[in-house]
Design a protein around this ligand. Structure first.
Ligand code: MN
Length: 147
């Protein structure tokens, strides 16, 4: 079972991501701030981390830096989840140690694409047939905003 850690301080956004992931059959674990995210990586050994940029205690940039500095954690695929939609931010994020980038509100097809790309690379499995089960974002998805 593929396990995804969601690190996100906004409860609505966390719940939205959980729904989208569970709909696709992933096991979900959660963290509410950057420090908890690092602790949960150690404790639950996720296959991939969805990491909010704007979070208390440690922000997403600090968390991904600590992950890449730790040889034991470094191989973990990390996808930035952020409302920062201005030009240049994607570039900055992808040069900060993240493997991918999703802008809020996250929709199911984009999420599926990133997970398939990164988890396929990691496991060598072809998960593209799961693509068909991706649905349209719910009203809640469209309503969710950065916390
Ligand atoms: Mn946030």
């Amino acid at each position: 079972m593929t396990k995804i850690l969601i690190a996100e301080d906004n409860a609505v956004n966390r719940e939205l991501l959980r729904e989208l992931l569970e709909m696709r059959g992933y096991t979900v674990v959660e963290a509410c701030d950057g420090e908890e995210a690092l602790r949960m990586i150690e404790q639950t050994q996720p296959d991939l981390l969805l990491l909010d940029i704007g979070m208390p205690v440690l922000d997403g940039f600090a968390v991904v830096r600590k992950i890449r500095e730790n040889p034991r954690l470094a191989p973990l695929p990390v996808v930035a989840v952020t409302a920062y939609a201005m030009q240049g931010d994607r570039e900055k994020i992808l040069h900060s140690g993240f493997d991918g980038y999703l802008s809020k509100p996250v929709n199911s097809p984009s999420l599926a694409e990133e997970l398939d790309r990164l988890l396929t690379k990691r496991t060598g499995q072809d998960l593209s047939q799961d693509q068909a089960s991706g649905g349209q974002p719910s009203g809640k998805a469209r309503a969710a905003r950065e916390g």
